[in-house]
Design a protein around this ligand. Structure first.
Ligand code: ADP
Ligand code: MG
Length: 356
């Protein structure tokens, strides 16, 4: 769209930026008939496949803070948020479009760093940049990514296929990203303390800034018809599990003892006198996958975990809808699973002292 405000980035700068992006990232394979540079991109559709399309908007002050993260880190994470959605659908990521609105305080070098982060997250999967849009912003940086993936027709993993008796699994470990975020917020107030962070704490921060999208496992779960439902954990287990339960019209029992908690998170929680379970249930932005399988696939799935070197934990079982969503605590008592999800538009989640 043409600018309607005099303070917006001049067309010359915009064209230069697009030109640079085109030269640096615009080389694409034979299936891209037209990439950056025309009015729209044109790609050859894959026979027997369906497109899987997702988008995610990140906003300065809401999703990221330029005092605790670099432009490259922001780009990387914005890309992972989309890659993770594609992983949760059991699809393969193919093409990327990036739209952004940037304030005059951001230099061309900042924008290039942002792209470097985006492409660093995408390149291992062969995702190609095929377009975008560029605008000025009067307040803060906005980055919107559209990611286009594909999956063999009929195989996409949805949220509505879980049935009573199916087993509930998660990849990796939970809560690390939230602890990493808390550590970063602490660094902001105690400037310079990052260097003094212990190795495990640095690992937690890395989990927050550089999460791994679980693409390989997601694609295998869909193409080998192993999973019956899947979701990525972007808002925290306690909330995201509820989405699967609501859409599948089922309940679930989660075993607190089975939740995968990293040694680093245990150490962090102990020092801050927080219950690590609470971080694991609440923690957003882990970008792990939660999926359900029929019990007969248990051994296959556990072998898959070993083969892909991805930790897989069975954390519970799907129940009929009337049971609701419950948590078996360490003493073996069943209680309703509290909703502790990570929410945007509210102050940063802060560790509560004292535990439970
Ligand atoms: P239009 O006026 O149709 O929006 P633009 O001049 O904005 O066209 O875009 C020209 C080309 O550059 C298009 O192919 C578009 O996809 C691409 N492009 C524009 N901005 C970006 C961006 N931020 N990242 C990647 N490609 C971009
Ligand atoms: Mg445009």
């Amino acid at each position: 769209m043409p600018p309607s405000h005099s303070r917006q980035r001049s067309p010359l700068q915009e064209f230069q930026l697009i030109d640079t992006l085109h030269r640096r990232y615009g080389r694409t394979g034979p299936r891209v008939v037209r990439g950056i540079g025309d009015d729209a991109a044109v790609v050859t559709a894959l026979k027997g496949h369906e497109w899987v399309v997702t988008t995610d908007l990140v906003t300065e002050g809401v999703h990221f803070d330029l005092t605790t993260a670099t432009c490259e880190e922001i780009g990387y994470k914005a890309a992972v948020a989309n890659l993770s959605d594609i992983a949760a659908m059991g699809a393969k990521p193919d093409y990327l479009l990036v739209s952004m609105a940037s304030p005059t305080s951001r230099t061309a070098a900042d924008i290039e760093r942002l792209y470097r982060g985006i492409m660093r997250a995408c390149r291992p999967y062969g995702v190609e940049l095929i377009g975008g849009d560029t605008s000025a912003s009067l307040q803060g940086l906005f980055v919107n990514i559209v990611l286009i993936g594909s999956v063999p027709a009929g195989r996409a993993l949805t949220r509505d296929g879980a049935q009573a008796g199916h087993l509930i699994y998660v990849t990796g470990t939970l809560g690390d990203s939230l602890a990493g975020l808390n550590l970063l917020s602490g660094r902001r107030s105690l400037k310079g303390s990052f260097g003094a962070m212990t190795r495990p704490d640095q690992g937690l921060v890395r989990r927050h800034l550089r999460p791994t999208p679980r693409l390989e496992i997601g694609y295998t779960l869909s193409t080998q018809r192993l999973a019956t439902a899947a979701i990525d954990l972007s808002d925290g287990l306690s909330g995201d599990l509820r989405h699967v339960c609501a859409q599948s019209h089922v309940g679930a029992d989660i075993d607190a003892d089975a939740l995968p908690i990293s040694p680093a998170l245990r150490g962090y929680a102990q020092r801050h006198r927080i219950d690590p379970l609470e971080l694991a249930l609440q923690g957003g932005e882990d970008y792990e996958l939660l999926f359900t399988i029929a019990p007969r696939h248990r051994l296959t799935v556990e072998r898959l975990g070993r083969e892909t070197a991805c930790k897989l934990s069975c954390i519970g079982i799907v129940r009929p809808h009337r049971s609701g969503v419950r948590l078996k605590d360490r003493s073996g008592r069943m209680r309703r699973l509290p909703l502790l999800s990570y929410r945007h538009f509210r102050p940063m989640p802060h560790p509560r002292r004292g535990g439970r």
